[in-house]
Design a protein around this ligand. Structure first.
Ligand SMILES: Cc1cc2nc3c(=O)[nH]c(=O)nc-3n(C[C@H](O)[C@H](O)[C@H](O)COP(=O)(O)OP(=O)(O)OC[C@H]3O[C@@H](n4cnc5c(N)ncnc54)[C@H](O)[C@@H]3O)c2cc1C
Length: 386
């Protein structure tokens, strides 16, 4: 990213770089190989106070917005995309809780998150409605001072590892399309069952799992906002924070691909010429094109984040476009790095192979690349997104 002028963000950057170097990077290969949740990374972020990135300063957090989120997820994603995804989903969940938190939610969740004692995450998607994450079928029905939740969520990142889950629901008995509510569901709530772990093609350490809720009682004070004001949450909070967290993660993958390609071009020598691969013109132009693609995507992501943080009314198409663009760049550059790094990369679980597999998650994580292209076009044409 370009030079950041906020002293807080400079400090958070230094802290994150140190954790990435000491803790995240040394375990990245093992996270991918074993498909293990990056507990070491999350613990280090917690100890450094980074879990409170999106918690207001008055509650002990850093009070940061979209720019900080994409900047830090890029630093982490460059080393271990699964760690960036787990951290990013925690931050998005935190931002959703913080958006309209009551005093109770501030004390029980946000202060705990800032103190590094609580991990949260988003559980929106369901197999019935798939990529249409804003159409939950899980129901909530009021019963005394609780809501009873029934349904099944799919692909919950940090599944079984987080302390709470931000779950979307509709009122039982039917609600208008898009008219649903979000609840904070504590990990120990009765009626929760974790389904079999999901073994991904990439992002293998994100502990993505299905979650069944059977008459799960959730206290009324865990309702976020008021019943049915979730379209506001989806487009004002979930979408911008999720898109920027993911854009940062994929930007990190793209940067790592360029770095690996450059390293190989400088170091790989042929015995018959004595020269490096980097001396070949074909390789020089291929590498230059990679670098240009990276810089263009970085500029779009930064523009989107800064406009979003400033509350610019023109920010929407930038925010919608940047995750799709970062995903496409990450896939393309990991693919190019695979070509440049030759047989050394084209082996089981090479670093480049891992980056390519991780990058591919971008196109299917909702809002997916195809959906974002449609929404960007609609936003530019002044049409409603849905
Ligand atoms: C690694 C990973 C982590 C995830 N983490 C979370 C999480 O933490 N929380 C969470 O709630 N969910 C999470 N998800 C779920 C994710 O956001 C999507 O909901 C899920 O991947 C959709 O899968 P599906 O097979 O049901 O998609 P489908 O709905 O079957 O879609 C398949 C394809 O069709 C396209 N498509 C479908 N409908 C349309 C349309 N109307 N217009 C254009 N194209 C369309 C999609 O773009 C996609 O490419 C995660 C998924 C992955 C892979």
């Amino acid at each position: 990213m370009v030079r950041l002028h906020s002293p807080i963000l400079d400090r958070l950057t230094t802290l994150t770089r140190q954790i990435v170097e000491d803790t995240v990077l040394p375990h990245a290969e093992q996270v991918d190989r074993d498909g293990s949740w990056p507990e070491h990374s999350m613990r280090a972020f917690a100890q450094a106070g980074l879990l409170g990135l999106q918690v207001p300063g008055i509650l002990g957090g850093h009070g940061q917005g979209l720019h900080a989120l994409c900047h830090l997820t890029a630093l982490i994603g460059q080393a271990c995309p699964s760690s960036a995804l787990c951290f990013g989903m925690h931050c998005v969940g935190t931002a959703v809780i913080a958006a309209k938190a009551t005093d109770y939610q501030r004390d029980h969740y946000l202060r705990e998150i800032a103190a590094g004692r609580h991990i949260t995450t988003l559980a929106l998607s369901e197999s019935g409605t798939g990529a249409h994450f804003y159409l939950p079928e899980t129901t909530m029905a009021a019963q005394g001072d609780c809501y009873l939740l029934n349904g099944t969520k799919q692909f919950v990142t940090n599944g079984g590892r987080a302390d709470s889950y931000v779950v979307s629901t509709v009122a039982s008995g039917g609600a208008a399309e898009g008219d649903f509510s979000c609840m904070i569901v504590d990990a120990g709530t009765p009626g929760l069952t974790w389904l079999a772990p999901w073994h991904g093609f990439g992002m293998r350490g994100n502990s993505s799992r299905g979650l069944r809720l059977a008459d799960a009682p959730v206290p009324v004070q865990n309702l976020l906002g008021t019943e049915g004001d979730q379209v506001w949450y989806v487009f004002e909070v979930v979408a911008p924070y999720f898109l920027m967290a993911m854009a940062g993660t994929y930007l990190g993958i793209a940067q790592a691909a360029v770095d690996l390609a450059g390293e190989h071009l400088r170091n790989r020598r042929h015995s018959h010429t004595g020269g490096t691969l980097g001396e070949l013109e074909t390789m020089q132009t291929r590498y230059a094109a990679m670098w240009v693609a990276l810089q263009k995507t970085r500029a779009l992501v930064l523009e989107a984040a800064q406009r979003g943080d400033a509350g610019d009314p023109e920010a929407l198409p930038y925010i919608l476009a940047c995750k799709a663009d970062a995903g496409e760049t990450a896939v393309a550059l990991a693919n190019d790095a695979m070509t440049i790094c030759g047989g050394a990369a084209y082996r089981d679980n090479s670093r480049v192979a891992q980056l390519l597999r991780d990058a591919r998650a971008s196109h299917v994580m909702s809002p997916t690349t195809d959906m974002l292209r449609i929404w960007t076009g609609r936003a530019l044409l002044g049409m409603p997104l849905l």
